[in-house]
Design a protein around this ligand. Structure first.
Ligand code: SF4
Length: 386
């Protein structure tokens, strides 16, 4: 029976300031109770390690996301990693990532994270332009990005991602290209470039509703998108996913696991997890989102699930297509058949046929993939199977 690699996601929900576009589970607290939060994470790890579906399975990747994980004390990161290693064990050469925001980390902190076992950093840079950073309500200035990157390299990190955002109000293509060129000067191993989206229930959405920002229309968005891909391809970065670019062998194994529909355990406030129920679909859960409520519940019972659901095999198959199409190499039909007992076309022939006929989708060596002209339509194509 096919069994996917097992991943662990650890959510650190605290931030210094809530950026107005942010819809992540992030909370501003001046003095988080790190001790209690650590105990809650440890209690959750103990709980999940006892579940039979995770017995005898080593961890393939670990990711500390947020919020701002770089606010956490290095000894919390070390203790949680040590505990996960003791309970589950780690695959050889495991990837262990931590999100770090410039303005929250110095050399000492990076050294602490490195010694704790983190071997990949993902920095939330978003822009290198002072006015853009202010508009985004980020707490850092562009010179702090340079300082943070330099300190991270000196601390030993040789696998660093930089997150950027384009399509900001009034931003011209030239401005974005300058930012991208400046980003390449860092010579990072990985870049994530996302277009700004106005997410519902954010401060930005409220502001945009009352006084609309000038955001790029569809045509301008496509120009940003294609110019990003071209520039990064020239610089030797492979677009292995729609918004993610990596030097050879430096793709993010953890995020790739989401698109490959791997099983994962999520711990921490608002974290979610999912696993294959072996021909009975997929189970998934989400934790309590408020840090204090999460902490109290996890410490009391070891579990802090707020909601869960079981997806039928058909729904899970649709979800696997939805996420899998984001990858450049698409979905391997042989894997899909093993996982969902039937071919992709047995499930979705009618939904996919128009896109195949229109050459937005293609079959390459038994992989269902987006074509170059299909990539910008990924969401619409994926939604047609849901
Ligand atoms: S730093 Fe990141 S997680 Fe925190 S509020 Fe800003 S966008 Fe959200």
């Amino acid at each position: 029976m096919l069994q996917s690699p097992l991943q662990l996601y650890i959510h650190i929900p605290y931030c210094i300031h809530k950026c107005h576009y942010c819809d992540f589970n992030s909370h501003v607290r001046t003095q988080p109770d790190w001790q209690a939060y650590q105990q809650a994470l440890i209690a959750e790890l103990d709980f999940w390690a006892q579940q039979k579906q995770f017995q005898h399975r080593k961890l393939h990747s670990i990711f500390f996301g947020g919020g701002t994980p770089s606010l956490a004390p290095a000894n919390l990161i070390a203790k949680v990693l040590e505990h996960a290693q003791t309970l589950f064990g780690c695959e050889k050469n495991i990837e262990i990532s931590l999100e770090a925001n410039p303005g929250t980390v110095d050399m000492k902190a990076f050294q602490g994270f490195y010694q704790a076992g983190i071997n990949r950093l993902s920095m939330g840079v978003q822009s290198l332009d002072h006015r853009e950073l202010q508009w985004l309500e980020r707490i850092h200035q562009s010179d702090e990005v340079y300082q943070a990157f330099d300190a991270a390299r000196k601390a030993g990190f040789d696998n660093i991602n930089l997150d950027f955002m384009y399509g900001l109000p009034q931003q011209t293509l030239e401005q974005w290209q300058q930012t991208l060129d400046a980003a390449l000067q860092f010579n990072p191993e990985h870049l994530s470039c996302y277009q700004l989206t106005v997410e519902p229930h954010t401060k930005l959405a409220t502001r945009h509703a009352s006084s609309p920002y000038k955001l790029p229309d569809d045509e301008a968005s496509l120009t940003f998108f294609h110019s990003t891909r071209e520039r990064l391809a020239q610089a030797g970065y492979q677009a292995y996913e729609i918004s993610n670019f990596a030097k050879p062998d430096k793709h993010c194994r953890h995020n790739d696991g989401y698109w490959l529909y791997h099983d994962y355990i999520g711990i921490g406030a608002g974290a979610s997890g999912k696993w294959d129920m072996k021909n009975r679909g997929t189970y998934r859960y989400s934790n309590i989102r408020t840090p204090e409520k999460y902490t109290a519940q996890a410490m009391q019972t070891g579990s802090a699930i707020n909601s869960d659901e079981a997806l039928e095999q058909q729904q899970a198959a649709a979800e696997a297509v939805w996420v899998g199409l984001r990858r450049k190499t698409g979905i391997n039909n042989a894997w899909f058949k093993q996982r969902f007992e039937k071919n992709i076309t047995d499930y979705f022939q009618n939904d996919l046929e128009p896109w195949l006929n229109d050459q937005k989708l293609t079959w390459q060596h038994e992989h269902l993939q987006l074509t170059e002209s299909g990539i910008p339509l990924a969401d619409a194509i994926a939604e047609s199977v849901l």
